[in-house]
Design a protein around this ligand. Structure first.
Ligand SMILES: [Zn+2]
Length: 372
């Protein structure tokens, strides 16, 4: 049911006494805040605590998309349940019914979540059918994989220079953001020896995955050839700056099928970390499959979808955003369907879905001190 001016059903569900058509009262719901210390509607702030994060609310107005056009489009597909349920999801693929690939992860292997901050976006801009009132904090995170043969970071999160990196983006991509500790700070504060790092394995080269390279001088960057080429284009502006002085370790793929993906790279040769090419978002985007000694499996899928809704509700990015953000939408859809077929067999972690990291321990000094 679409929203129409004056529609009483659009009243704030939390009883704040304002309506979706009353912009003077409802600006906290609809228009990104400019004030540094906004008094926000709780409906936005109930999802994730931002304690300890420093907020920067002055950055985003999606200027080139006018607020009018955003509101009209978004509210038209809005619905009290936060989704337009009439929107048809992708067809459900059959669940993966073959054995999962063999893996022999060493007993000492661990993974850790290094959250570096968040930036804000509306569900309406993240997944088809998402509500404009439903605000999402997009995670900017890294994952540390510890392995006796050497450790890897998957992505690098926000770095110390994140403000300058955001300023390098086109205006419409700038978003309010909150920063915590950078990857470097988290590694160093815990007493971790950074010489253990084999490199930073990028899911892709976009700014929000690479900004934190600025604090890891000399650490090799692991990329495939397709992504190196992609990063040479305008979208790689931030990457090119933060990657200066880093050796690039270009890895290749074999054509060994892995969970239906045609190009794979077994990092340690034991099946514990396998990278597959999923070049829909950027031409060299990858998914990193990790198997822990417990048998628990993870798929770090980068920006194949931004939020877990993309998997659970089988929804793609909204058309306009996908046009702006994705290199090959057909390929992206195929890879998304492949991952949907694996849901339930492993934990799927879209890079920007904060809740998907739940259960992955942070890096404590005790964990960092453990040597292999
Ligand atoms: Zn991203």
């Amino acid at each position: 049911m679409g929203w129409r001016p004056g529609d009483r059903a659009a009243r704030c569900k939390r009883g704040h006494g304002h309506h979706a058509d009353d912009l003077s009262n409802d600006s906290a719901h609809i228009i990104p805040q400019r004030s540094a210390a906004p008094s926000r509607c709780a409906e936005w702030d109930d999802d994730r605590p931002l304690d300890g994060l420093r907020r920067h609310d002055r950055h985003l107005q999606p200027d080139h998309l006018t607020q009018d056009s955003l509101m009209t489009e978004s509210l038209a597909s809005d619905d009290p349940a936060s989704y337009d349920l009439s929107m048809s999801p992708l067809p459900e693929p059959p669940t993966w019914n073959q054995p999962l690939p063999e893996a022999r992860p060493p007993a000492e292997m661990t993974i850790h979540h290094l959250p570096t901050g968040t930036y804000d976006t509306r569900a309406a801009l993240a997944v088809k059918g998402g509500s404009f009132r439903d605000k999402r904090h997009f995670a900017a995170s890294a994952v540390l994989v510890r392995h006796p043969k050497g450790d890897l970071l998957i992505d690098a999160g926000f770095g110390a220079g994140v403000a300058a990196h955001i300023a390098m983006l086109p205006r419409f991509m700038r978003a309010p953001y909150a920063v915590g500790r950078t990857v470097r700070e988290q590694l160093d504060d815990s007493g971790y020896d950074r010489s253990r790092l084999l490199g930073v394995l990028l899911t892709h080269s976009h700014w929000d995955h690479t900004s934190g390279l600025d604090g890891l001088p000399g650490t090799p960057i692991w990329m495939n050839r397709d992504e190196r080429q992609y990063a040479a284009a305008p979208d790689g502006k931030v990457f090119r700056q933060v990657s200066r002085g880093h050796p690039i370790h270009e890895y290749g793929f074999t054509d060994e099928l892995y969970l239906g993906f045609g190009s794979s790279h077994d990092v340690y040769g034991d099946g514990a970390v396998v990278v597959v090419l999923a070049g829909g978002h950027t031409t060299g985007s990858v998914i990193v499959f990790v198997t822990l000694p417990s048998g628990l499996r993870y798929a770090f899928i980068g920006d194949l979808t931004w939020q877990i809704d993309g998997i659970r509700r089988r929804v793609e990015r909204p058309w306009l955003l996908s046009r702006l953000a994705d290199s090959d939408r057909g390929r992206l859809r195929q890879d998304l369907l492949r991952m949907i077929a694996l849901d339930g067999l492993m934990r799927i972690v879209p890079a920007h879905d904060l809740g998907s990291y739940d259960g992955i321990p942070l890096l404590t000094p005790e964990a960092a001190a453990r040597s292999h």
